[in-house]
Write a protein that binds this ligand. Structure first.
Ligand code: KDG
Length: 317
């Protein structure tokens, strides 16, 4: 197995029409969840991935499992809970400038995950363990599960990649900062957004911000700078990578997961660090072009055409 991820996935409802949800009468039903988004992104690029989670034993849980399995992600470490529901998530697209997220996930099946749900042998056989800061925000049990997974990975020489993915609807900045900083000091590679990094360390230019992460004990950091691209720093090298131009952002949600999938895919393919960051920027940009958190995650051939600049010119008649 190349990569194992752990986290909650939900049924995602989006009104068919733009505007406030109170006026919506029709919704599309998709699935989403930061960690399964990354697993799907990696699977589409041809990597072997597993996703660990708990789902409600309900129709949405079954839909999510079938969908993720259908994408070629291993779901053998996903369990069903008959006493708690699958979480729901609504994405209200009011305008190009305003997207509101509403969760209905308190006491969901996934929020009941605990360390004993983990299978150490499953984590041990992976090259990378990918985690995000969403899971520790779900419950005390989930937080303990994240720490236990990190422990298992470290014990077995598995590289841990962490996306802080700070979700202010799940916890306060103060709480998030305390836990995320502690997790960050325990992992190998961190993929923060610039705004999250600012909450964690204060205001710095990218170069100094990246150094803050290294001083905090991280091996390598890739700072996501949105339309500016990314800045990376390891103990050997550092530099800026330009973003891929995007004509119109249709839906930015999920771009960070695409970025993570592209980056890990690059590492798995043995690309240099900077080339892996470039692939990350490309996948992140592609995700913003299609509505939905996973719909824009490319297959390898499309990604290659996007990077070479030929994909934008496609006319499919
Ligand atoms: O990164 C996108 C995720 O935020 C989305 O797919 C849903 O996992 C999700 C969350 O908790 O917001």
């Amino acid at each position: 197995m190349d990569v194992v991820t752990l986290g909650e996935s939900m049924a995602l409802f989006t009104p068919i029409t733009q505007g406030y949800m109170r006026y919506a009468s029709m919704f599309s039903l998709k699935i989403a969840g930061a960690e399964s988004n990354v697993a799907i992104g990696l699977a589409r690029l041809g990597h072997q991935c597993g996703w660990m989670s708990r789902l409600g034993k309900d129709e949405f849980g079954k839909k999510i499992l079938n969908f993720i399995r259908g994408e070629g992600v291993d779901v053998s470490c996903v369990s069903f809970d008959s006493s708690a529901p699958t979480g729901l998530y609504f994405k209200e697209i009011v305008s190009d400038k305003e997207i509101n997220i509403q969760y209905y996930r308190k006491d969901s099946a996934a929020s009941r995950m605990k360390p004993s749900d983990l299978n150490e042998a499953y984590i041990a056989q992976a090259k990378y363990l990918h985690l995000t800061g969403i899971t520790p925000a779900l419950s005390e049990g989930c937080k303990e599960t994240v720490y236990a997974a990190i422990e298992m990975a470290k014990k077995n020489g598995v590289t841990v990649i962490f996306d802080p993915n700070m979700r202010r609807r799940l916890w306060s900045e103060k709480e998030a900062k305390e836990v995320l900083l502690d997790i960050i000091s325990n992992v190998d590679i961190v993929l923060p957004g610039q705004d999250e990094a600012m909450v964690l360390f204060g205001e710095y230019e990218p170069e100094d911000m990246a150094q803050q992460f290294l001083d905090h004990g991280v091996g390598s950091v890739v700072l996501k700078l949105g339309a500016e691209g990314a800045y990376y720093k390891t103990n050997k090298e550092s530099g800026f990578v330009k973003a891929f131009p995007v004509e119109r952002v249709v839906d930015p949600v999920g771009a960070g997961d695409g970025f993570a999938a592209g980056f890990i895919s690059g590492l798995l393919d043995g690309l240099t660090f900077v080339e892996a960051v470039k692939r990350a920027c490309a996948v992140g940009a592609m995700v913003t072009q299609i509505n939905g958190d996973i719909e824009g995650l490319p297959e390898r051939e499309k990604l290659e055409r996007f990077i070479s600049g030929s994909y934008q010119k496609d006319v499919n008649r």
